[in-house]
Write a protein that binds this ligand. Structure first.
Ligand code: GLU
Length: 477
């Protein structure tokens, strides 16, 4: 264990719905921090003003909290290195940029975007490697202004040396090297730093000891290492986590896969503890191969060497299975509270849902599935019968069944599950000579609106006599 406490960070950019990768990175960062004893920092990297979205930051907090992940320092809670939002730290980056310029490690570039695009097109046509051609290097502003494609406001570019060693050690992947990078822009014309400058400056200023991020940043790491070395700052350790992949092995993206959005899991009613477990299984395994584990168990055995760098496939069916598993482990009362919260019902409706929870706990994998099964209990005016269910079960044959059910329910003295069942069996199975399937199918659809519901007699008991009779009458039209 290291002497100084470790400090790790997750650094999402608020550019829309939070990406599932943010949760994935947070989980692994946090597992290591909690194992080693140290701090976990949430830093908001909002220097890309073109892609910035104002409500995204709050969504990041909300979804990570929903998952049960907690940070020790961040824009919402402050901390010794505040501010934790890069747009509020602009004065931190400027002096570093000036220093790199003064020391000849960086240079100003006045090329217009049009000139850069032309240059790139020509390079591509000539089958040359693309990259900035250094037209501005070594020129004064006036010298450059005399040439075409000149913009008033310059950017600042790194002067990447030709003979630089660009390899580094990755905690997951071992020795890595990347091709020599282009002269990376560090400061943009809008006065904002690029990700590369801001990220390195902040990781240094905030005392970050380990940079744990997605493998898409491997190619950037040599530039970052160069900046650390130029500035005489100690390099952090690096670990690049595998990218989550779709079943066809393509990278999970928000455009193509709803599961790339963290809010999707909340809306679908997956249990957060199941998602945590599931993300923990992505490229990682416990020493004994156990698949169901808590965050604490992951922390206890955590080791970067156990992370498999080959992109893990994001299998939502597996998550569904885990969610069902966690749901069945919970006390029924807790399940009731969670379903009611998911359904956004309170008071008497929430009590009814809580009483019904044990009826669905074994049958569903998500809170959404539970809510869909129980919505009939808490809707009156809003109650609707699924069109397909009606077509299947409420044809002309259903009429005598529903009428007999009406009479039986109306005549009941006590309204318990057992009595309801006995009365309906006598009226429909014995009385009408129907098979149970044909006897209870129409009643189920009339009362719950669906062909798949919690157990019928319990459902009727919970719904109560009056509402049951209303529904039977409504189904009869
Ligand atoms: N803002 C970067 C991102 O989106 C952070 C990458 C890093 O952790 O260095 O994802």
């Amino acid at each position: 264990m290291s002497q100084t406490p470790v400090r790790l960070r997750v650094a999402p950019s608020p550019t829309g719905d939070p990406h599932v990768g943010t949760a994935y990175m947070s989980l692994f960062n946090l597992a290591f921090v909690r194992q080693q004893g140290g701090q976990f920092i949430l830093r908001v990297e909002d220097t890309d003003r073109a892609r910035f979205q104002a409500d995204s930051e709050q969504q990041i907090y909300d979804t990570l909290h929903w998952l049960g992940l907690q940070w020790d320092e961040g824009p919402d809670i402050g901390g010794p290195y505040a501010p934790y939002r890069q747009s509020e730290r602009l004065e931190t980056y400027r002096p570093v940029a000036d220093r790199l310029l003064a020391e000849g490690k960086a240079y100003q570039c006045w090329c217009t975007p049009e000139r850069l695009a032309e240059m790139r097109a020509e390079q591509q046509q000539a089958k040359q490697p693309t990259g900035y051609d250094r037209l501005c290097l070594g020129k004064s502003r006036d010298e450059r202004a005399a040439l075409p494609g000149f913009a008033e406001t310059p950017v600042l570019r790194m002067l990447i040396p030709d003979d630089v060693a660009l390899s580094f050690t990755d905690l997951i992947r071992g020795e890595l090297s990347a091709p020599r990078p282009d002269d990376q822009v560090l400061m943009k014309t809008d006065g904002f730093p690029t990700y590369h400058l801001a990220n390195v400056v902040d990781d240094h200023e905030m005392g970050i000891t380990h940079v744990v991020r997605g493998e898409e940043w491997i190619a950037s790491t040599p530039k970052h290492i160069l900046l650390y070395d130029w500035l005489g700052w100690q390099r952090p350790e690096f670990a690049h986590m595998p990218l989550l992949r779709n079943a066809d092995k393509s990278k999970i993206s928000k455009r193509k896969n709803p599961a790339a959005r963290l809010t999707w899991f909340v809306d679908e009613g997956f249990l957060p503890e199941a998602l945590c477990n599931f993300l923990g299984l992505m490229g990682y395994s416990l020493p004994d191969g156990q698949e169901v584990f808590s965050f604490e168990e992951m922390v206890a055995s955590f080791d970067w060497r156990r992370v498999n760098p080959v992109g893990p496939v994001f299998d939502v069916d597996k998550l569904r299975w885990l969610s069902g598993h966690y749901l069945r482990q919970l006390p029924a009362a807790e399940v009731g509270v969670r379903i009611a919260t998911f359904m956004e019902v309170t008071g008497a409706a929430a009590d009814l849902v809580a009483r019904a929870a044990p009826l669905v706990q074994e049958r569903v994998s998500t809170l959404r599935e539970a809510a869909e099964m129980l919505t009939f209990l808490v809707s009156d005016e809003a109650f609707v019968i699924d069109a397909q269910a009606a077509e299947k079960q409420l044809g002309p044959d259903a009429e005598p069944v529903l009428r007999a059910a009406q009479q039986a329910v109306a005549a009941l003295e006590s309204f318990s599950t057992e009595d309801i069942e006995a009365a309906l069996r006598i009226a429909l199975v014995d009385g009408l000579g129907l098979k149970p399937k044909h006897a209870f199918g129409p009643v189920r659809v009339a009362v719950t609106g669906k062909t798949v519901s919690p157990p019928l007699f319990e459902s009727i008991e919970l719904l109560g006599r009056e509402r049951t009779l209303q529904r039977l009458a409504a189904a009869l039209g």
